[in-house]
Design a binder for this molecule. Structure first.
Ligand SMILES: [Zn+2]
Length: 745
């Protein structure tokens, strides 16, 4: 190769892809949402010889990890040590080429996150508030994030978590859940006071409005700007950045009690900032909220990369000319466009240039979900397709191709196995693979396995048009990739291959060879015509290799081998050139780039999906039954003597009035006629009975229970109910109406 490209790099980019939780396998919807587009973009930037660092890693904190540990009957540490290497290897097998895949359990990350918190806290950029939070008395745990479940107020999904509803993607807080229960014990929680540090987003509304809704309204995706706008318009609230948990990054003890910077000090004096809220030994049970520490993971990953490569990490996070781009799914927009940028601004870092978030990818008509068994894990794809055959890495490219072709860039999209098969068979095999294969086969057959001469004197309109098309495609694909339009860019590459097929079909060099050969000798005109056609087809193949490389790196690697060129040919400035392959250069035999995918293979995958979803449902049903069985088998309480029982005064009464207690979804305020008096009793039955349905019913009442205040109402007694194994409540009435005040013995 005689291509002289200077080695210097231009621009500076720090590219991040959302840190996946190391709590289980990740599916191809995750791949399509963040990792694949990030990888395509990075490969393109590197081909442009720009200075790029691509960071990612495992998110190993938050309640998702200990919850998975409970499910697997092991420790949180064992969970992250199990899943971190699997996920890292899955990404490698699918060609996602991070410069570093770090972990948030690394000491370097803990230090980095603690330093970040300290800077914000010492500058008075955080507030401290005491509030009542849900608490599980059975396990002595505050119920943050995934430790609490309930009904989503947005979509009514019964299994929404305290931080997010996985069904509709809404960001939630535990207080927003309807009928919250502890995921640890299954019990309804109580409220308990606790102290936390908050990031007062409300102080930064003007900055966010200007920065997102004005500065970036045109260059960020509409859906991203739209989601940010609705967050900002909805009113920004202080957001807790600490949690009462024992898994996570401990709060760093304060050493300063004065703001660090003069600016912060003067603002504090003027009352524009909170005073510094020291972290003391009393706060030892608190950790940083996972969503505070996780994005800082991008910074600690960059630091570790710099250590590994003897580079300076600081320009990537402080130099104003660095372009920081976060690739995420739409459920992470708020964290990367609102919360993390506020943190970065306060800490003195650069802000993201863009956050090209994707929508969701569904699967065969339904939402992808690992817990429901309705998903394709990256690990499964790798085992079922890539590892099963020699040269199987080509099948990694098939998945990359289809996921990009249906990338949910502007709206939700859908993966179907039929679509996957079609994309492979009718585009990769029939268009791209076919063009390359015919070019190589004919070049070996008609040109002796060498790049033929181009005879300029007989250039015709079809040749000229193809040259124009090659140059135009190169420019167009580059522009689309710069604009994060990966789907359109890929379409353009395939369209160029399609044009190549048409060119060859029109020129039909195999027919020319037949027609122009007399007595075993090919005429000079015939030879020139064949040479020109195959020369251009080979230059087009070299161009297709450069253009397809960001999308299908394994295929580009095979093509380089066939053409006997080194990777430097893949540098983007070569795209559009038609002198990439030197005349007379001998090329290798063609390799099969893509194979046909048969109907049986697709049917097997569909059957597997169905089976996994059914078995998962079965497991879920069994779990419910286990819970029921546990309820039935609840042990009999400790023995008591008759005198203990005799202390309880039970009477029959009639409910004469019932109303809901304001702001308490579970409580009804009852008025019960006991014959000798009417009593006010507050009872936790509001979820089971409507007030109007129970008036007139007789109930058994504990009448000598000490009075208790609930929601400011004094309750004088307790009504008895039977609870069945499904948790439903039933009245225990006398079989016929008896006089109010009658004793129950
Ligand atoms: Zn929801």
């Amino acid at each position: 190769m005689e291509i002289d490209n200077s080695k210097k790099t231009i621009g500076r980019y720090l590219i991040t892809a959302a840190l996946p939780y190391a709590n289980g396998l990740k599916h191809i919807g995750h791949l399509a949402g963040a990792y694949l587009p990030a990888d395509i973009y990075v490969r393109y930037l590197k081909a442009q010889k720009r200075d790029v660092v691509f960071v990612c890693g495992s998110d190993e904190h938050g309640t998702a990890i200990p919850i998975q540990a409970m499910k697997e009957g092991t420790t949180a540490q064992a969970i992250i040590d199990k899943y971190h290497p699997i996920i890292e290897q899955n990404f490698k097998d699918l060609g996602i080429a991070f410069d570093i895949y770090h972990r948030t359990s690394a000491p370097l990350h803990h230090e980095t996150a603690q330093e970040f918190f300290t800077v914000l806290n010492d500058n008075g950029d955080l507030e401290v508030k005491e509030s009542e939070q849900y608490y599980d008395e059975a396990t002595n745990t505050f119920l943050a994030d995934r430790y609490i479940k309930g009904t989503c107020p947005v979509c009514s999904n019964d299994n929404a978590y305290g931080d997010q509803c996985e069904k509709c993607g809404s960001t939630l807080s535990p207080e927003m859940l309807i009928n919250p229960v502890s995921t640890l014990s299954g019990n309804a929680p109580i409220k308990k006071a606790t102290k936390h540090w908050y990031l007062p987003l409300n102080r930064h509304e003007e900055f966010l409005r200007n920065w997102i809704l004005t500065e970036h309204k045109d260059d960020w995706r509409t859906s991203v700007v739209g989601q940010c706008k609705s967050w900002i318009d909805g009113g920004l609230q202080p957001r807790a950045v600490t949690r009462d948990l024992d898994w996570g990054i401990r709060l760093p003890l304060s050493v300063n009690s004065q703001p660090l910077t003069e600016e912060a000090a003067s603002l504090a004096v003027n009352g524009q900032r909170s005073t510094v809220n020291n972290v003391t030994k009393d706060d030892a049970g608190k950790v940083l909220y996972v969503w505070f520490d996780a994005p800082i993971g991008y910074i600690s990953a960059t630091k570790q990369w710099a250590l590994n490569n003897e580079k300076d990490w600081k320009p990537y996070w402080y130099a104003p000319d660095t372009k920081l781009v976060h690739f995420v799914g739409k459920d992470n927009i708020v964290f990367h466009c609102i919360i993390f940028p506020v943190m970065l601004k306060l800490h003195g870092n650069i802000l993201p240039t863009n956050v090209p978030a994707n929508e969701f990818m569904n699967l065969e008509g339904d939402k992808m979900s690992t817990s429901r068994g309705w998903s394709i894990e990256m690990d499964d794809y790798i085992n079922d397709w890539i590892k099963k055959e020699n040269g199987g890495e080509g099948l990694a490219d098939v998945l990359r191709y289809y996921l990009t072709q249906i990338a949910p860039e502007t709206k939700d999209s859908e993966f179907t196995w039929k679509g996957f098969q079609d994309a492979n068979n009718s585009e990769l095999v029939n268009i791209f693979g076919n063009f390359v294969n015919r070019t190589f086969v004919l070049m070996h057959k008609l040109c002796g396995g060498k790049v033929p001469v181009f005879h300029n004197e007989i250039i015709d309109d079809a040749d000229k048009q193809l040259i124009v098309d090659i140059k135009a495609s190169a420019a167009k694909v580059g522009a689309l990739l710069e604009g994060y339009k990966f789907r359109d860019a890929l379409f353009e590459v395939i369209d160029l291959a399609r044009k190549g097929n048409k060119y060859m079909q029109d020129k039909e060099p195999w027919m020319v060879a037949k027609r122009e050969t007399v007595d075993g000798i090919l005429s000079a005109e015939g030879k020139s015509s064949i040479d020109n056609c195959l020369h251009l087809c080979l230059q087009l193949t070299a161009n297709l290799t450069i253009l397809i490389n960001p999308f299908l790196p394994f295929t580009a690697g095979k093509l380089c081998k066939m053409m006997k060129v080194v990777n430097r040919m893949l540098e983007w400035e070569n795209a559009g050139r038609i002198d990439l392959l030197k005349v007379g250069y001998s090329l290798r035999e063609p390799q099969l780039l893509f194979r046909k995918i048969e109907n049986e293979e697709i049917e097997a995958q569909l059957a597997k999906l169905k089976a996994s979803s059914e078995s998962r449902q079965q497991i879920n049903v069994t779990k419910v039954e286990e819970v029921k069985a546990q309820k039935e088998l609840e042990p009999v309480a400790a023995e008591i003597v008759f005198d203990d029982f005799a202390k309880i005064d039970l009477r029959v009464g009639t409910i004469v009035a019932a109303e809901k207690v304001p702001k308490a979804d579970k409580l009804l305020q009852l008025s019960v006629d006991l014959g000798f008096e009417k009593r006010t009793i507050v009872s936790g039955i509001a979820l089971h009975f409507a007030p109007e349905d129970i008036i007139g019913k007789q109930v058994t009442v504990v009448v000598n229970l000490a009075p208790r205040k609930m929601r400011g109402i004094e309750s004088n007694g307790m009504i008895l109910m039977a609870e069945d194994t499904e948790g439903k409540l039933h009245f225990i009435n006398p079989e016929i109406s008896v006089n109010n005040g009658a004793s129950v013995k």
